[in-house]
Design a protein around this ligand. Structure first.
Ligand SMILES: Cc1ncc(COP(=O)(O)O)c(C=O)c1O
Length: 365
């Protein structure tokens, strides 16, 4: 299938298929039993991440949910609370896992674009006394997902984690798309990681792997996280087959994330011209973008259904917004074609409403 026929799938960067080079690396991977520390490829991947993030330990996990929740479980006691932006993925989209697995509640703090700064956090904590859940860890997300694909500037991360330290909180980073942030903001992974006790990264998003995440931190916390991974049913055996995809992606797919960002920007500029859609192009910093849909024309759900019938897929996120995500399998040509199709859907609505108007006028008069 060539680009002209292919469905343009902008639902998520999780829809990518492994490239040929990645498949070859997976095929050739040396493997062993990871549960007893004998998978050489998993060990190499963990060592690679320790170096990249300048952290003493790392544990390879099945998913971002697992590495985030292993971190929460490891930092907290039942009855504790995590502090997190109100749209944060790990509190809102991981099946209620902080409560279900670690016995902790969430203090949801409104931020901006899914990001928190000192001014949002000030005053969010209750005293550590018997009535209240005890706040234990500040969780930030970089880049933000439902917040709109925003990337934290380094000084904002410093301010937010600085506030956490002053308030005796640990810091966890949900870095499912941290490499997108690194490319967008021109900082290194270790410059971010030094501010956090634990950092979770995903290989199955922009990096294009079939699965897998990594949690990095110090020896003690990662020892607990390894225990959590086992408890959650995620301890692995010959996982080198998939770890090889992550090693391949870290070496070959990190810098190319800039292309996804350019394509997202290209899409945003085109969407901003379409009647019935609105978005702030300047907020498109990475590969995730949201547009507001004018509900007097069409609901986000209907819009996404009509578009899917014409070969463009994206998610309706809530009552007013749709989300588009660019990735490894999206080209600039596909972006242009998607924008054209979406534009034609909105124009069709205009002509439908003229017909409806005429039909209704003939009925009435
Ligand atoms: C910000 C963020 N964190 C964590 C996750 C969870 O990753 P997984 O789907 O691998 O469990 C996602 C998935 O979309 C995400 O967007």
């Amino acid at each position: 299938m060539n680009d002209e026929q292919a469905v343009v799938d902008l639902r998520s960067d999780t829809v990518t298929k492994p490239t040929e080079g990645m498949r070859r690396a997976m095929f050739e991977a040396e493997v062993g039993d990871d549960m007893v520390g004998e998978d050489p490829t998993v060990n190499a991947l963990e060592a690679y991440c320790q170096e990249l993030f300048q952290k003493p330990a790392a544990v390879y996990c099945c998913s971002g949910t697992q590495s985030n929740q292993a971190a929460i479980w490891s930092h907290c006691h039942p009855g504790d609370a995590i502090v997190i932006e109100q749209k944060g993925h790990l509190a809102n989209y991981e099946g209620g896992a902080p409560a279900a697995l670690a016995g902790v509640t969430s203090i949801l703090v409104p931020g901006e674009g899914g990001m928190l700064d000192r001014e949002h956090l000030e005053g969010s904590l209750k005293p550590r006394e018997q009535h209240f859940p005890w706040p234990r860890v500040l969780c930030l997300e970089n880049t933000t997902n439902i917040g709109g694909g925003r990337a934290y500037p380094l000084d904002q991360l410093e301010r937010a984690t600085g506030w956490a330290r002053e308030n005796d909180l640990k810091c966890h980073l949900d870095g499912a798309r941290l490499f997108n942030a690194c490319v967008s903001q021109s900082y290194r992974p270790d410059q971010v990681a030094r501010l956090f006790d634990t950092v979770s990264i995903c290989f199955s998003k922009g990096l294009g792997c079939p699965m897998g995440s990594m949690l990095v931190g110090d020896e003690q916390i990662i020892k607990r996280a390894r225990r959590a991974r086992k408890l959650f049913g995620g301890a692995l055996r010959q996982a080198g087959v998939v770890a090889a995809s992550a090693l391949y992606a870290l070496r070959h797919h990190r810098n190319r994330l800039a292309e996804d960002h350019q394509n997202a920007r290209r899409l945003a500029e085109k969407l901003a011209q379409i009647p019935g859609l609105s978005l702030n192009v300047d907020h498109v910093e990475t590969n995730v973008l949201f547009a507001e849909v004018d509900r007097s024309r069409i609901t986000p759900q209907e819009f996404s259904q009509r578009a899917a019938q014409k070969g463009v897929k994206f998610y309706a996120i809530d009552a007013t917004r749709v989300r588009f995500v660019t990735h490894l399998d999206i080209t600039a040509e596909m972006v242009d074609r998607a924008a054209q199709i979406l534009h034609s859907i909105m124009l069709e609505l205009d002509s439908d409403s003229i017909w409806e108007c005429e039909a209704s006028s003939s009925r009435v008069y």
